[in-house]
Design a protein around this ligand. Sequence first.
Ligand code: ATP
Length: 309
Amino acid sequence: MRSGIAQFISGQLLTRYLVLVTLLKKYSIKAPAKLNIGLKITGQRPDGYHELISIMVPISLFDYLDFRLTSNNIKIICNGDYLVPADERNLAYRAAQDFFILAGINSQGLTIHLTKKIPVEAGLGGGSSDAAATLLALNNMFDHPLAFNELHNAAVRLGADVAFFLERSPCIAKGIGDILEPIRNWPRYWYVIITPKLNISTSWVYQSLNLKLTICKFGFIIDQLKRGKIDLNALMVNDLEPMVVSHFPLIGALKKALLKAGAIGALMSGSGSSVFGIFTSHEQAYEAKDALLSQQFGVVFVVECVHHS
Ligand code: ATP
């Protein structure tokens, strides 16, 4: 009997030991940017948040995050093409803090090397994606202490777009962006993105809106999308765009330039400043990129939709 208990205890200890030694001390993850293929504002909640319906697509433009467990505090080292704060103001930092609290992991040190390739305040969701990537990476490193719904709730608390980036798939986003329905049959397109040298603050855009709320038409379009019928012309509407164009006419000029370069549709992503055009062939997209680069509007990317990675 005693040897049975001893065996059981040593078995438990061995399992615990194996879990500890298999904890990943280093981990790397790519955080994709997103495009809003359509964005309709459908209401405003008493707390000020806007409710919306949006088609969101993760794309092949990435920030790179490398995690290393340490014995000190949480630290972010930031490099790459764009500068962001490397302290509590960084969403990846806040995501790590929240993860440790929720997972009951005390006094764990962590260094995050963040290589920023996604333009900042450009409507491409870089900060939100970095936060989601941090939640996913830490949950993997610590052998999944949080269930997906706990990660989802943590993501929603961090910011409206963070939950979308946990899905790693094109989605219909509703609510404040927290109710997500993956789109399984999103067609293959190439997207040419122009990011001009304008920083447009998301909160400024929402505060400046004077909206007529339109729900019905877009709801109908979403129903069609679910049945596999994709009408890009109907989808490519962004309720934030007219106000931004009225303050920044360059955004309107970028749309025209993309259409002239052969895009089948062009739209501002999120609250701007990036504008994208949709192309049905790789060759056309790269020809358009060359033509647009010569016009010196800003940075130009050719990307595709990315699914689970
Ligand atoms: P959104 O539309 O979700 O606001 P965006 O693409 O327009 O996204 P971000 O690039 O995510 O904007 O940056 C928005 C703000 O978030 C900036 O003021 C930036 O300083 C801050 N921020 C905090 N953490 C990060 C991060 N890891 N990467 C980029 N920005 C971050």
